[in-house]
Design a binder for this molecule. Structure first.
Ligand code: FAD
Length: 493
């Protein structure tokens, strides 16, 4: 990939245009939610936990709808939110470069506009996919241009319901702990937002120093000249395998459970505005059917990622090779599969993420009350699926629902805007393609709730509002005694 130097003047011109567009759209919208003080503390209308892509777009939508008293909190340093410059190891995004994703329908806010402004139209034409780190730059620029209220290096340690209609958040910022109050909380906490990395039980048979998950920070330099095993055939497995090979691994064995690598990207393949807006309207059994079929087919790794691995002669693909045993012997590990035994020095699990609320201390108070699909919807015969069964069952604004009605009403103020929402809402809360539509649905739901909850205040405002548009001097009452009488009509004319 040739490195082009960015054109600062081009970017400045785009920024001027975008500012103009935003001002033509009356952005940000007029603030309208009445401020609240409780126990002498100002209440924040919406706290968004997570300043990755989903959190930024949610914040932008709230701004668009005039909910300005909101904040986005992220424990990561500014510019390091999400996976892009931390544990993501692909060279480019998987997504086509043209996706308008977070841009909310604003042409000047698209990745394409950001790219073309700096590198020109010809460079755009020849660009294959968005380079990974440039995507992070784009999100940082997006945040700056929309002036989003993100606070970095703030971790949300615990969210608790209160007796009133507020949620209390224990946060830690620069080593100091304090509590803030919110009317709504949005979890934009990413792919692992309701759990963490999934690692098969068998990993427990060996010491932690021998293994990592693809979402870990891995010191690949340490793998130089080492024999490395990779478990899985998804995108992350391939990208991590490639990085290990590029770092000089002596040998890399990919252990793939299936007899073939998945080849067809099913759900993305049928993507359309129909799927985006229609999925949530499907009857439950149809939602299940669509996603069960998709998950069983699995998502193929991107072709460039596989080629990046297979370019190395020391890469060995083992199909139909589930790991049946892992044994630690002295300073190495032996991997056993139905096809053989392999001596390795380090093993990386590219086995994805799971929902497990026990791994999210910030949700401990709510965990017993959160309703999952398995609590309400028996898995259809032949379509048993652990991932779907552990999906949260969500309302129209991505809010959690109660397992037992009335047991935890505060759940209706806690919104799950991350990947596990897919079974309830379709793919609107994790991936790039429909993130604006997801944030739009989320923000409209919150706006509706805020307005309805404040109906008495808004009605008082209605009654109190007394600014006349008509002053009374624009017309005269023709029948008033003092009114001048018109001249009688002359019958001959
Ligand atoms: C390796 C990888 C590659 C991907 N490539 C693509 C792609 O090409 N195309 C595509 O459409 N999708 C892709 N995705 C999927 C998806 O777009 C990304 O996962 C994206 O980052 C999702 O954005 P998010 O905002 O939901 O989560 P994230 O970007 O993960 O952001 C979540 C944020 O929440 C913060 N956070 C979590 N808990 C707390 C807490 N308690 N307190 C404070 N902050 C907290 C984290 O620090 C993090 O910054 C990829 C995902 C991965 C993992």
């Amino acid at each position: 990939m040739t490195m082009l130097s960015p054109d600062a003047a081009g970017l400045a011109a785009l920024e001027a245009r975008l500012r103009q567009d935003l001002s033509w759209l009356e952005w940000p919208a007029k603030s309208w939610v009445p401020r609240r003080l409780v126990d002498g503390q100002e209440v924040t209308d919406v706290v968004i936990v997570g300043g990755g892509m989903a959190g930024l777009v949610a914040s932008a939508m709230l701004t668009r709808f005039g909910v300005d008293n909101h904040v986005v909190l992220d424990r990561a340093k500014a510019g390091q939110e999400g996976p892009w410059v931390t544990y993501a190891r692909m060279l480019t995004l998987r997504s086509p470069k043209e996706l308008t994703g977070p841009a909310m329908g604003l042409p000047a806010l698209t990745f394409r506009a950001f790219y073309e402004a700096q590198y020109g139209r010809e460079a755009w034409r020849t660009l294959d996919r968005a380079p990974r780190t440039l995507w992070m730059d784009y999100l940082t620029w997006y945040r700056k241009m929309l002036n989003l209220p993100v606070r970095n290096e703030v971790a949300v340690a615990r969210i608790q319901p209160r007796g009133d209609d507020l949620l209390a958040l224990d946060i830690s910022e620069a080593g100091a702990a304090r509590q803030i109050l919110a009317r709504h909380v949005v979890l934009a906490t990413g792919r692992d937002g309701l759990g963490g990395p999934y690692v098969p039980e068998i990993a427990q048979r060996i010491d932690r120093r021998f293994w990592a998950h693809t979402a870990d920070m891995i010191d690949f330099a340490q793998l130089k000249t080492k024999r490395v095993a990779m478990v899985g055939a998804g995108a992350s497995a391939m990208d991590n395998a490639a990085v290990a090979l590029e770092a000089g691994a002596a040998r890399l064995d990919l252990f793939i459970r299936r007899a073939d690598i998945p080849r067809i990207n099913k759900f993305t393949g049928i993507g359309s505005q129909g799927v985006v807006h229609g999925f949530a309207g499907l009857p439950d059994e149809w939602k299940w059917r669509f996603l069960d079929h998709t998950l069983n087919a699995q998502t193929p790794p991107p072709r460039p990622s596989v080629l990046r691995v297979s370019a190395f002669p020391q890469a060995q693909f083992h199909l139909a090779s589930p790991i049946t045993d892992l044994t630690e012997i002295d300073d190495h590990v032996v991997v056993t599969t139905p096809k053989g035994r392999y001596e390795i020095d380090f093993i990386i699990f590219g086995t994805g993420f799971k929902v497990d609320l026990a791994l999210r201390p910030e949700l401990a108070e709510f965990a017993p009350h959160i309703r999952f699909w398995r609590d309400r919807f028996p898995s259809p015969k032949g379509m048993e699926n652990a991932e779907l069964e552990t999906s949260p069952d969500l309302g129209e604004a991505f809010e959690f629902l109660e397992k037992v009605p009335g047991a935890c009403p505060a759940l209706s103020r806690l919104h799950c805007f991350n990947y596990p929402a897919t079974l309830s809402h379709g793919k609107l809360s994790g991936d790039i393609p429909a993130i604006s539509e997801g944030a739009d649905r989320l923000a409209r739901g919150i706006v509706r709730r805020l307005f309805v909850d404040d109906r008495e205040r808004h009605f008082e405002n209605l009654k109190a509002f007394a600014t006349p548009e008509i002053l009374g001097d624009e017309w005269r009452d023709a029948d008033a005694p003092s009114a001048p009488q018109p001249a009688p009509l002359d019958a001959s004319t």
